[in-house]
Design a protein around this ligand. Structure first.
Ligand code: AMP
Length: 191
């Protein structure tokens, strides 16, 4: 199973990614988590990425693409993987296509979590209180939503046209959303 979990910042991708990945026995690969681990370890990649993350901007494609290429080449990702937070630009879509094609596999499904914008901001402000992420300030939250709408939302149509898209209602309790995701993805993986 090779799948992408999409949705705007605050849609619950990170929370749901772990459940879905466990369900299918594949690793959840979050580019945001890999960047944050590099930032906290002070690696050159982390120093580079932090400049963009703190401003709510995307890290340049060449940095992000090679990081993902290396990660999905690791042995645990051989049976499949779930991508959380990648691809985020049309250029990354093409890079990912090439990466998967090179392994002789194909992308199975793209699940997008839909959540209304008022709820997104509320969730992110709540997360700011509990998780202490550097990019959860009000200005940066707003900028991340704008960047998502400009650069990432168009990917939904790209994957819809390929017949890979599954839209899942991301409103409500975590467990309810997980149930909807499992139902939609199980149906998809059996078809
Ligand atoms: P996330 O945890 O997915 O919200 O990602 C946090 C931040 O990491 C984003 O706001 C970007 O600055 C950066 N980032 C994560 N994934 C990508 C990506 N695919 N392309 C560019 N930047 C990314």
């Amino acid at each position: 199973m090779r799948l992408i979990l999409m949705g705007p910042p605050g849609a619950g991708k990170g929370t749901q990614a772990t459940f879905v990945a466990d369900h299918f026995g594949i690793p959840a690969i979050s580019t945001g988590d890999i960047f944050r681990a590099n930032v906290s370890q002070g690696t050159p990649l982390g120093v580079e990425a932090k400049r963009y993350m703190d401003a709510g901007e995307y890290v340049p494609d060449e940095v992000t693409n090679s990081m993902v290429r290396n990660r999905i080449a690791e042995p645990d990702a051989e049976p499949g993987f779930l991508l959380d937070g990648y691809p985020r630009t049309v250029a990354q879509v093409h890079e990912l296509d090439a990466m998967i094609e090179a392994t002789g596999h194909r992308l199975d499904v793209v699940a997008v979590l839909t959540v209304n914008s008022e709820e997104l901001v509320q969730r992110l402000l709540q997360r700011a209180l509990t998780d202490g992420r550097a990019d959860d300030t009000e200005d940066v939250i707003r900028r991340r939503q704008e960047v998502y709408l400009e650069q990432t939302a168009p990917l939904i149509d790209v994957y819809r046209e390929r017949g890979l898209l599954v839209e899942v209602d991301g409103m409500g309790e975590v467990g309810e959303v997980t149930g909807r995701l499992f139902a939609a993805l199980d149906q998809r993986s059996q078809s």
